[in-house]
Design a protein around this ligand. Structure first.
Ligand code: NAP
Length: 255
């Protein structure tokens, strides 16, 4: 039954008995993905820099979710967290590299700290998590990596050179991971969201948000559920022959 993207009885349970590690899951899109994964039957690690946010989200999801306080820029902590979850869950099927930040400035005004902070979280963090996850997935000979890129990684955006560079690099990273581990039964894909209503975009001026929505052919801003639906698909058996791809979810903004 078609039901506007919502989970229906016909589509429920697409991730039954899977285990998933989702970064940045204390808020926004990551939270939406963690919720959708649990609805689909997965056991989920809700990982976030804010332990309080991770615990709040995990508590709302019941016994299928566990909170993990994790800064993805700390490679030692990443390894310990992913090893620990994998051991307790009995394997690791899905990694979603969703944690991300923006820190905008005109290029000539952008500080070294601004550049480095965004690349550290958005790109280095994805590398640390993917490396730690693949060490398990390669042995299992199965796994799904889903990286959160952005429309900006394809299009570019003024005042977001750091963010755009990190999101474009994630696409190249995704394709390379896909080629490198395909023979082990592991897929790697990226999602490139357009404009999605989350605490990240809530910081933008109202007039800017209104203008962007006016440019969206489908006539509305995206919701975390719109991205979560794509993540469930890429993590599910239905996407088993899809790897190294970028799934654009933007209401037509990129047409
Ligand atoms: P969000 O609501 O700000 O959520 C991002 C989460 O990541 C927050 O809980 C944040 O924790 C966490 N985080 C930040 N730095 C981290 C770190 N070092 N280690 C672990 N967790 C960290 O943002 P969102 O809009 O849901 O964005 C999620 C992803 O989608 C990001 O990669 C973003 O670039 C991408 N994206 C978003 C949009 C959009 O329109 N919203 C569009 C394209 C792409 P704190 O709050 O504690 O910092």
């Amino acid at each position: 039954m078609w039901h506007n993207g919502a989970v229906t009885s016909e589509t429920a349970g697409r991730l039954v008995s899977r285990t998933a590690f989702v970064t940045g899951a204390g808020s926004g899109i990551g939270r939406g993905i963690a919720e959708a994964f649990v609805r689909e039957g997965a056991r989920v690690a809700v990982a976030d820099k804010s332990g309080e946010a991770a615990r709040r989200v995990a508590a709302g999801l019941g016994v299928s979710a566990v909170a993990v306080e994790l800064d993805v820029t700390d490679s030692g902590s990443v390894r310990r967290a992913i090893d620990g979850f994998t051991e307790s869950a009995g394997g690791l099927d899905i990694l979603v590299n969703n944690a991300g930040i923006a820190w905008d400035a005109a290029l000539t005004e952008m500080s070294d700290a601004q550049w480095e902070a965004v690349l550290r979280v958005n790109l280095d963090g994805a590398f640390y998590c993917t490396r730690a996850a693949l060490r398990h997935m390669v042995g299992q000979r199965r796994g799904r990596i889903v990286n959160m890129s952005s429309i900006v990684g394809t299009y570019g955006e003024p005042n977001q050179a750091n963010y755009a560079a990190s999101k474009g690099a994630l696409v190249a990273f995704t394709k390379t991971v896909a080629k490198e581990v395909a023979s082990r039964g592991i897929t790697a894909n990226a999602i490139a969201p357009g404009f999605i209503v989350t605490p990240l975009t809530d910081q933008m001026p109202v007039a800017v948000r209104k203008h962007i929505v006016e440019l969206v052919p489908l006539g509305r801003a995206g919701l975390p559920e719109d991205i979560a639906n794509a993540a469930v698909f890429l993590a599910s058996d239905a996407a088993g022959y899809i790897t190294g791809q970028v799934l654009h979810v933007n209401g037509g903004l990129l047409i």
